[in-house]
Design a protein around this ligand. Sequence first.
Ligand SMILES: [Zn+2]
Length: 93
Amino acid sequence: MADPLSLWNGGFGSVEVRRIHSFQATKAYTCPGCHHGIAVASGHVVTIPEHDPELRRHWHTPCWARQERQNAASMTRTRTPSTDTTSKRRSTP
Ligand SMILES: [Zn+2]
């Protein structure tokens, strides 16, 4: 698949998020978050990876919000530096 969800997990760096108002939604899309359709004339968001605008995707607003929360959570997890206790525990087989 061209766009596994990992693409949205911060792998792209910054992603521009634009809000699409219902009157702007003139086409139906498939949301990568839930794989359900986004109906014509329903407000949603479009995410545009800064480095690869071709891979922009349309999301249900709540689905993107959930994805963003997950991203924030995983970023916090990776940003947490491995403490001395962790490395000590790891070096002991
Ligand atoms: Zn969705």
